[in-house]
Design a protein around this ligand. Sequence first.
Ligand code: MV4
Length: 451
Amino acid sequence: MFKKILIANRGEVAMRIMRTCKEMGIKTVAVYSTADRSSLHVSFADEAVCIGPPASTESYLSIPRIMSAAEITNADAIHPGWGFLAENAAFAEICNEYQVKFIGPTADMIRKMGDKITAKETMIKAKVPVIPGSKGLIKDIKTSIKEAKRIGYPVILKATAGGGGKGMRIVNRESEFEENFNLASNEAKASFGNEGIYLEKFIEEPRHIEFQIAGDQYGNICHLSERDCTIQRRHQKLVEESPSPVVDEKLRKKMGEAAIKAAKSIKYESVGTVEFLLDKHGKFYFMEMNTRLQVEHTITEEVINYDLVKEQIKIAAGVPVTGTAYLPQRHAIECRINAEDPYNNFMPSPGKISVLHTPKGHGVRVDTHIYAGYVIPPNYDSLLAKLITVAQTREEAIATMERALEEFILEGVKTTIPFHRVLMKNEAFRSGKYSTSFLDDFEMPEPEAED
Ligand code: MV4
């Protein structure tokens, strides 16, 4: 087992990983930018190294600075967390060269799934269902317009280097094709330095269902059930739940087997996620694979009762994976508490937290790095805390969430807490019948008097 792990991340992420390291008797090294000097991950780690100024490019994204920190502290492994360098193939490669274990998949696996058209071609070969679309990248507009006609409108244009919604364009009719193609291609070039675009049938009002998988160094792969991440706003997830209210045992078995097939096609090693779109008719399609642990891994932990960070570290150390399917034993919901103003278009709201009381009690988990007096720097993402509730049934998990949201007091900055309080009362949410367009025309009611 590793003796000392450097955590190449900050905030809630660094705290989450450090907690498991401590339980495993592994020493921890924190890295931090000057904006994070007074962060909890710095004070709780066994050692901490300042790696640069607030700008991520000069701190949490700087490979040379992180490698130097690993070298001077003699860390034998690096955990990248999620975000920042977690899906950076060059970083995984450099760790390898320096004989520091990258806790995650190999550079080759990251690359294969990072390029979306390569990933899709890999899935077609592996006989995992994919969304009908163009054969590879669009090279010629005329040919592609013919393909769109064959597939049938509406279609969607996606950037091969994209993911998470960037460089995406929906096309409703042929007359709008060329204009949208140029827009998507330019956006992709500007965002990713890669203008490659491919075409797909647009699936209307789908559910975003993702399967947690785990693979070891010996080719064993299992799935750990699904998460429903359909409730998003502009491709930012706000609420996740597991199991999905629309996935029954039979569908779970089919999708789980497809997820394992997907991971096996690249001999995936580490924990990861296979994302699917599920249409109104119950048909599912591979969308992309995330080669990292994700923010919402917590709900899977709660329903299957495993520490996924621990499993990930064990896999990296060479421990085999056992079993094939871990099924949900309970129901869990996660609400993301962000420093954003839901009454003002979810505008970021950095600043000082003056008052803080976090919810507690049976079935409540709060993963966070914040404390009363903490100053949220404006430089990073706005996630402050993850509020997770778990119960025997979905109804009870919602009831616990409503109670926990009531107890959550955070003053000094605007947060998404009022949004979640409204959402938990929403009929579409409560019935479990919602789609990705659910939040498109969602409006906050007038603030409560006490707010
Ligand atoms: C789609 C789609 C419909 N049809 N692809 C959004 C994020 C990126 N990973 C892919 N996304 C979508 N791809 C086809 N062929 C609809 C979406 C989509 C979406 C997916 C999951 C959750 C929320 C979403 C919100 C808007 C669009």
